[in-house]
Design a protein around this ligand. Structure first.
Ligand SMILES: Cc1cc2nc3c(=O)[nH]c(=O)nc-3n(C[C@H](O)[C@H](O)[C@H](O)COP(=O)(O)OP(=O)(O)OC[C@H]3O[C@@H](n4cnc5c(N)ncnc54)[C@H](O)[C@@H]3O)c2cc1C
Length: 406
């Protein structure tokens, strides 16, 4: 097999990796994406895009294509506690055209990004190849070796970007520690039911425990039933009948469908949900982005949006670093990315801890305080600031179209 020489080798063709690949290709940079999966028919988690992520993908010219492949608009976020509405946020209060959330199958987003990348001659894609080793020279990363069904490959690059998700092998190979925080102290059972669209993302605190539900394309509702951390085994031991009844109590409107469609525990996926942060995101010749750098709980649907924003922040840093150096790019030239991004990510992590406590904490005190906090978030200027932060992330992050050569 021939070796590949490229400017940037991106490990992982998820939202972070493919967004960065497209930004760089449009700026005249040669990019190779190494992706472990052989195709796009694989398991995905995140589907909801916030207005800030939508705006960036639109500027990048992929949003329409992704939407045209199928998506559902969600216009409201509602938190209820035993049928009492505590919070009901209407996204249409935000300025159009990004005045909604979009439930977009991740496959559709990746197809749209990939088909744009494939138009560039400078793009090489290695699906079905996992990263095996980092090539290093004098402490600097100079590329990777990969392993795939069609053999091993060597990709020599001036920068390697680890965009290979929360269990990042690139991060491990680079010896970068990863600290896990159990802020979302829950396990989640995840499943879909066929259902008509509602246009609402719902968190219900019902008799059977908190549950997240939102429309998912095509014609279904995605349900995440939360239960205390590490309690699944005990719950499952009581049998599918018990699990089904608990979920049905939390979502009475879908009770009949839950009873009809959830026949066995294997119809449900148990998710390991956690938040974590790599101790650093930059080394000589190496950068981490997206979940590989910082992993988020699903609360507030932040992960894909942050992954896309990471790519947008890293793009000018990389273009500049590649222009200003020859050979491997030093950490000093990449450090601006970590400096610029760390405060935003830490702020989101703090916000998610607050959200998690506010929505899921149990006990009498929590039950008394929750409606007050919900009211404050709905009606006060501070609450509006928090909501805008969730919707847009850091609004100063903009695609640097001035760096595009095509
Ligand atoms: C239950 C759940 C629900 C969520 N819901 C939402 C939501 O609604 N909205 C939202 O914004 N976020 C959500 N998230 C988070 C979101 O899914 C992630 O933050 C987002 O996918 C991160 O993108 P990424 O590109 O960094 O990583 P990933 O999407 O994980 O992509 C990593 C890519 O790297 C590839 N890869 C992995 N290992 C290797 C290897 N060794 N070699 C080569 N390639 C490799 C993978 O196949 C994959 O394609 C949710 C997460 C969970 C757990």
């Amino acid at each position: 097999m021939t070796d590949i020489r490229t400017d940037v080798c991106v490990v992982g063709g998820g939202p972070a990796g493919l967004t960065l690949a497209l930004l760089l290709l449009r700026s005249g940079v040669r990019v190779t994406v190494v992706e472990k999966a052989r195709g796009l028919d694989r398991e995905y988690r995140g589907e909801i895009l916030q207005p800030g992520g939508l705006a960036l993908l639109d500027r990048l010219g992929v949003l329409r294509d992704a939407r045209d492949r199928g998506a559902c608009e969600l216009t409201r976020f509602r938190l209820t506690d035993s049928r009492r509405v505590l919070m009901d946020f209407d996204y249409r209060r935000l300025p159009a055209p990004y005045d909604h959330l979009l439930s977009l199958p991740q496959r559709h987003l990746l197809q749209a990004l990939l088909s744009r990348c494939e138009r560039f001659e400078e793009f090489r894609h290695l699906p079905g190849h996992g990263v095996a080793r980092l090539l290093e020279d004098g402490g600097a990363v100079r590329g990777v070796t990969t392993k795939g069904r069609d053999g091993a490959r060597t990709v020599t690059a001036r920068v390697v970007v680890g965009a290979d998700g929360r269990y990042s092998k690139t991060r491990t190979l680079a010896g970068i520690a990863h600290r896990r925080h159990d802020v979302f102290d829950m396990d989640v059972l995840w499943f879909k039911l066929s259902a008509d669209p509602t246009g609402v993302v719902r968190i219900h605190r019902g008799a059977g425990g908190p549950v997240i539900a939102y429309d998912s394309h095509p014609g279904s509702v995605q349900i995440g039933w939360t239960l205390p951390h590490h309690s699944y085994r005990e719950t499952a031991a009581r049998g599918i009948e018990h699990v089904r009844e608990q979920v049905a109590r939390s979502l009475p409107e879908y009770a009949d469908r839950i009873r009809a469609s959830v026949g066995a525990l294997t119809d449900l996926t148990l998710l390991d949900v956690f938040a974590a942060r790599a101790e650093r995101w930059v080394r000589d010749g190496l950068v981490l982005i997206g979940d590989a750098a910082h992993t988020h709980s699903p609360l507030g649907a932040q992960g894909i949006n942050l992954a896309v924003q990471d790519a947008v922040v890293l793009h000018p840093v990389l273009v500049d670093a590649l222009r200003r150096s020859t050979g491997a790019v030093g950490a000093d030239l990449l450090a601006a990315y970590e400096r610029e991004r760390a405060a935003d990510i830490d702020a989101v992590m703090r916000l998610q801890v607050m959200q998690s406590k506010g929505m899921f904490a149990e006990g009498r005190l929590a039950a008394t305080v929750r409606p007050r906090i919900a009211k404050a978030v709905s009606r006060t200027p501070l609450g509006r600031r928090i909501t805008r932060r969730i919707a847009y992330g850091n609004p100063a992050i903009q695609v640097r179209e001035d760096l595009f050569t095509t």
